[in-house]
Each structure stands twice: as C-alpha cells, then as structure tokens.
Design a protein around this ligand. Structure first.
Ligand SMILES: Cc1cc2nc3c(=O)[nH]c(=O)nc-3n(C[C@H](O)[C@H](O)[C@H](O)COP(=O)(O)OP(=O)(O)OC[C@H]3O[C@@H](n4cnc5c(N)ncnc54)[C@H](O)[C@@H]3O)c2cc1C
Ligand code: SF4
Length: 469
C-alpha cells in the first residue's frame, strides 16, 4: 500500500463541476477533469482495508484497491491495464455510474468514502491522453461469426469480449448511429458523444463490424440469423415507457421523456428537426412527472433550452438524506439524490399524484394534482404547464418484432427469459442487458454483455478464457 495513513491526511474532494451559470448555456460536459496530483492524492485515501467491499459493490468486480494503489504511485499504465481487465467502457462508467462501490467502501463506515468513480475516470483519461489506449490486434481468428443485435453498452461489451476471443463480430443497430442510450438517451452534458466515438474507433480498428440503420427482424430477416451466424446475442434494450393514463392524456404538449431526450441529442449533434415535430422547452412552463434520473436529465435539458420554469413531481415521499437502518452498509441505500441538473434550478415536489391534465384548444395548460403525504393527504392543487414530460420509467423490452417472431419466452416482468447461461429458448440465441434484466444501469449492461460473451464463447468452443465477471 502506498500511503497507509493517506485517509488520515487527505479529505475526500468530490468531483468538480463547471459553474451553474456557465454550464446551463451549453450542452457540454459538466465535469471538470482533475489534475494528476489531485487524483494521486485522492487515490491515497484507499486504506488497504483487506476486505474490499467496493469490489463486491461493483457489478463488474473492478480491482478498485489495486488501481488506487497504482494511481497513488503514478503507475498509470498498470492501473489502466487492470481497469481494462474488468471494464470495456471505463470512460463511460467513470462519468455516469452511480457508484455502488462507493456506498460499500469500508472508509465510508465512519468517514467519506474514496472517490472510486472519479479515480476510474482519471485512470482511463490519463491512458487516452498518454496514447496508451491502442487497438489490440489479434493474430488468430476462430472463423466463427457472431451477430450482436443492439449497440448499447451491453451489445458493445459483448462484442468487445467476443472479438478479443477471436470471433468475427457484427453489431447490427437500427438507429442511424451506434451507441444505444449512450448516444440517444443520455444528454451531452452528461456524456459528450466524442467520448463514445473515440471508443468506437478503437473497436472498429480491432475488427468489430458495425452495421447501423439495420432493424433486425424487419430489414434483416430473422430466419437468416441462425443460418448466417454461429451464435446471436440480442441486446435491444428496454424502452417501452410507463404511461399515465388519466383524463386529458390525449392533449398536445405531453410527451414521453425518451422522445424528448432523443430529440435533444439529435439537435446537440447539429442536426435540425422538422419544426412541427419539435419538442422544445424554450419560454415554456415545464412539468416533469417522475422524480428519477431520466426525469432529472429532462430537467437539465429544459433549462438549457431556456424553459420559463421547471417543476419535477414525484409520487413517492422524499427519501432520507442519509442511510437508514433498512439499508445498512455496504448495501446501496435509498437516499435522496441531487443530480447536477437539480443544482441548476427548478422545483422538486414529492408525494404528489397527478389526477388529470387540463387543456385549452387541444393543448395542455395545467395539471390537477393531489398531495399524498400523511400531513396534507387529499389536498388538491394545480400546476400550470405548457410542456409535460412523462418520465415514469420503462416497462420492458419491445415484444412486437424480434421477441415475438423468434418466439422468445418472457419472465413475469416482460423481460426476455434465459437460462443461467444467458441462452434464450432458441438454440444459440442469447440475450443480455436491459432487454434481459429490465431497465437498469450502464455498469449492469456491461456486466451482462461480458457474462453473455463468456457463455457464447463456451457454447461455441467448449471452453472460454473470457471473464465471467
Ligand atoms: C435518459 C436515460 C438516462 C440514463 N442515465 C444513466 C446514467 O447516468 N447512468 C447509468 O448507469 N445508467 C443510465 N441509464 C440507463 C442505461 O442507459 C441503460 O441501462 C443502458 O443503456 C442499457 O444498455 P443496453 O445495451 O441493454 O440497451 P440500450 O442502451 O437501450 O441499447 C439497445 C439498442 O438496441 C437497438 N435495437 C433495438 N431493437 C433493434 C433491432 N430490432 N435491430 C437492431 N437494433 C435494435 C436500439 O436501437 C438500441 O440502440 C439511463 C437511461 C436513460 C433512459
Ligand atoms: S463501474 Fe461503477 S461500481 Fe464499478 S468501480 Fe466504477 S463507479 Fe464503482
């Protein structure tokens, strides 16, 4: 261990963000990358506890204490190689992961936990800047061809692993560009798209073939899949939104969160959209229904588009600020999270149920709401709105199309069912990511993609050296 008393000398310093008044004027990344010296200092806080629960808390089992030690010693190349052993997209999780590892950090029992996510980001960004991230070219190929359907983090992680095992991998994506929700769901101020493109360039040079604008099942017949490929991994995500079927739902000006965010991402990439199709918050009173992370992203976009005011409402009560006995360490706790978008303004209301939408000339004008917390239960009130965004989460993957046509089995929540080896009812047809797990996190999508890749490799070759983590 580099500095055994580091945690006694150095306080945690949270990720620094650009000032609110500056960042709300653009869609650029809100994070300020720290200096190398700062990163080494923060890495020194890892106390070599001997029972690294952070490693347990991380769904991909990152070697966290080991990289912290290497980063503290300035051995960035080794730290980078260790990070790559378990994570295909550390530059993405380093920015966007909610870091369950930090809630499981032993130092977090009676002090501030180590800045694990930020350390992960610093290691990979150091590696990119130093030119250490190079295509890993293979000398031997197996001659097996595998199709990965869907290019979100699950599909990318699966493709990367299988390609490194020597198979020829073709990734089919129905969107115009590769990346899934990383490209079209998550706003640029959380993930600038050049970061994704930088990774995709490497994957292409390593031999993965990407075919975008290809809706498998419609543009590519499913009967051909099993004939053309030795195995198939389905990773098409989980995007059917939960609706709010109340009076007035048909009014104009009410949209699903992802429709709004997809447009915002397309516009941030410099493309124009037809004026009559545009969902724009400029000068509008915006209400976001749903207090989760997707709702928070909509709040951030609405502020950047120049909304007059933004209110985010949530049916559930406000979660506590600190861990409660129901979620003891090292569990990931249910606590109130304030995202960078919340810091930028707007009002958050908890324990509010939406009873109906009230309109004028076919357009939404107000929401009739009701308090559902104990003290004020039943009290009704109205919120003015001329743009309403429904961000109530996602039900499951699309059932029409691939799932139905392939006759795949579903679990009780409507996700695609597989055996313990990620194989669906169809021989050689596997499934991973949100499509299999339900809408989740990037780190879980990567974990699923890696595990499915191990199982596919084993199915094809009888054994696999790919990690099951
Ligand atoms: C707005 C938003 C913000 C989020 N922010 C975060 C965050 O900050 N941190 C975090 O950890 N998680 C976040 N998440 C969750 C995270 O993005 C997802 O869990 C993750 O992207 C799931 O990855 P996936 O590969 O399973 O699916 P997806 O990313 O959804 O990718 C599936 C891909 O399959 C393609 N596809 C579907 N059908 C077909 C077909 N028939 N043929 C070809 N291609 C097809 C789709 O077009 C899509 O590109 C967020 C989610 C949303 C919606
Ligand atoms: S991927 Fe997430 S859980 Fe794992 S080390 Fe990084 S921030 Fe922590």
């Amino acid at each position: 261990m580099g500095d055994i008393k580091g945690f006694l000398k150095v306080n945690r310093q949270n990720t620094q963000y650009r000032p609110v008044c500056e960042r709300v004027k653009d869609f650029q990344d809100v994070i300020i990358l720290p200096s190398e010296e700062h990163s080494r200092d923060q890495a020194s806080r890892c106390m070599d506890c001997g029972t690294p629960f952070c490693h347990w808390g991380c769904p991909i089992g990152n070697y966290i204490p080991e990289w912290n030690d290497l980063a503290f010693r300035g051995q960035w190349q080794k730290a980078f190689q260790l990070s790559l052993a378990t994570n295909n997209l550390p530059e993405i999780t380093g920015r966007l992961c909610p870091a369950p590892c930090e809630y499981a950090c032993v130092l977090g029992i009676n002090d501030d936990p180590v800045t694990v996510r930020e350390n992960e980001l610093n290691i990979i960004e150091y590696a990119f800047n130093a030119g250490l991230v190079k295509p890993r070219l293979l000398k031997k190929r197996t001659g097996k061809e595998i199709a990965v359907i869907g290019s979100g983090p699950a599909g990318l992680a699966c493709a990367d692993q299988l390609n490194q095992a020597g198979h020829l991998v073709i990734v089919f994506e129905r969107d115009k560009q590769i990346g899934g929700l990383l490209r079209y769901g998550i706003p640029d101020f959380k993930l600038e798209k050049w970061i994704l493109d930088r990774r995709l360039e490497i994957l292409k040079k390593e031999g993965i073939v990407f075919v975008s604008g290809m809706n498998v099942g419609r543009d590519y017949p499913i009967e051909k899949l099993s004939k053309d490929f030795a195995a198939v991994c389905l990773a098409t995500g989980s995007r059917i939104p939960r609706d709010l079927k109340i009076e007035g739902r048909e009014l104009k000006g009410i949209h699903f969160a992802l429709d709004y965010l997809i447009q915002a991402n397309i516009r941030a990439s410099g493309q124009n959209l037809a004026a009559d199709k545009l969902i724009d918050a400029k000068g509008k009173k915006v209400v976001v229904i749903g207090g989760g992370d997707t709702g928070a992203d909509c709040v951030g976009v609405a502020h950047r588009q120049g909304a007059k005011c933004v209110v985010q409402i949530e049916l559930l009560a406000k979660p506590p600020e600190c861990r409660t006995p129901d979620y003891p360490w090292p569990k990931y706790p249910l606590v109130c999270k304030t995202s960078t978008s919340h810091e930028e303004g707007g009002i958050r209301e908890w324990s509010v149920s939406t009873k109906k939408f009230i309109g004028e000339n076919g357009w939404v004008k107000k929401l009739l709401c009701q308090r559902v917390n104990q003290e004020t239960v039943g009290r009704e009130f109205e919120i003015e709105a001329d743009l309403v965004i429904i961000a109530l989460g996602f039900l499951h993957t699309e059932h029409n199309g691939l799932v139905k046509d392939l006759g795949l089995e579903l679990d009780s929540r409507g996700n695609v069912k597989t055996d313990e080896n990620y194989m669906t009812k169809g021989l050689g047809i596997f499934s991973a990511g949100d499509m299999h797990r339900g809408q989740s996190l990037i780190v879980w999508a990567i974990s699923e993609g890696r595990r499915a890749a191990h199982c596919i490799d084993k199915y094809l070759m009888g054994r696999s050296n790919l990690s099951m983590l």
